[in-house]
Design a protein around this ligand. Structure first.
Ligand code: NAP
Length: 273
């Protein structure tokens, strides 16, 4: 496994996304993923599966310090007291001790960012989370949050795949020394049917999904593909025995288009881009 580092935080370059995994299936997939080499698990208060993710990690028998567990504070819990209470609840659900990386899941205009960032820094100071970061933050919000946190944020997690140009937010992450983490990195399965990714994959004896993931990892972006299928778990982590040529990277970057976004921001309390 390769790692991407920022400010003393080492994030395994491939993690398992767990949105929509639930119940015994979630426990089973997480446990199996550990066996196949996954060391990074992405959950959230909003996914309702922190308990199962923790159970899967424990059932695998791996040492706690060998896995990197990420959870996210729901946008309804961003007021300081609620934030702290909800993080304690997440820890109780996960039963893995300190959270490795705690993110603010979505911005919420209804709560002053200063208050939320102070509370987030507070839970880190109190030993509830080893590292802190954000998710779905725009360039302007990243600038503001970085200043308010005095540079303590290590990550921004956002939608990123070949069909969407995220160069501005990527540049902002680099400017602030934050690891970019790509969600929906195979475009919710959309990468599989793309002719360009398939053709490039054929040359390397890889699938289109693997090319999509490799395209991101090769740029220093961590990826958290989700699957409920054990055979795909192995496929999605098998990215480190080939390298895309510069010409192939350019060809893939050209797949980005203005309607490439999958996740609708309209529901979010702060949805301006
Ligand atoms: N921070 C945020 O706001 C946010 C938002 C969205 C997602 N996320 C995180 O990011 C994770 C990943 O994003 P995502 O779930 O939206 O999308 P994704 O990982 O790009 O795609 C998941 C879909 O692709 C299919 N799939 C997985 N591997 C495949 C492969 N090798 N070939 C073909 N199809 C494959 C899966 O189906 P099968 O199960 O049938 O394999 C599933 O339907 C989430 O689970 C969540 O942890 C975070």
């Amino acid at each position: 496994m390769q790692f991407i580092e920022a400010k003393g935080c080492r994030i395994p370059a491939v993690g398992l996304g767990t949105w929509q995994l639930s119940g015994r299936d979630c426990v089973r997939v997480v446990e199996q993923a550990v066996r196949l080499g996954y060391r990074h698990f992405d959950t959230a208060q909003m996914y309702g599966n922190e308990r199962e993710v923790g159970e899967g990690v424990r059932a695998s028998g791996i040492k706690r310090e060998e896995v990197f567990v990420v959870t996210k504070v729901a946008p309804d819990n961003l007021a300081p007291r609620q934030l702290e209470r909800s993080v304690k609840d997440s820890i109780g659900q996960l039963r893995l001790g300190e959270i490795d990386l705690l993110l603010l899941h979505w911005p919420n205009k209804g709560v002053p960012l200063k208050d939320t960032i102070e509370a987030l820094c507070g839970v880190k100071r109190d030993g509830l989370a080893r590292h802190i970061g954000v998710s779905n933050y725009t360039v302007a919000l990243l600038d503001e949050a970085d200043t308010l946190s005095e540079g303590r944020l290590v990550c921004n997690q956002f939608e990123c795949h070949p069909f969407l140009d995220q160069s501005k937010v990527l540049a902002a992450c680099r400017k602030h020394g934050m690891v970019p983490v790509a969600y929906s990195p195979i475009a919710r399965g959309g990468a599989k049917g793309d002719a360009t990714l398939q053709a490039i994959g054929k040359r390397h004896n890889k699938t289109a999904a693997q090319v999509s993931l490799r395209f991101l990892v090769q740029q220093g972006i961590a990826v958290i593909p989700r699957t409920s299928k054990v055979e795909r778990l192995a496929e999605n982590i098998d990215l480190f025995d080939f390298e895309l040529l510069d010409s192939e990277m350019t060809q893939i970057a050209e797949l980005a288009h203005p309607d490439g976004r999958i996740v609708d921001w309209a529901w979010s309390p702060q949805w301006d881009r």
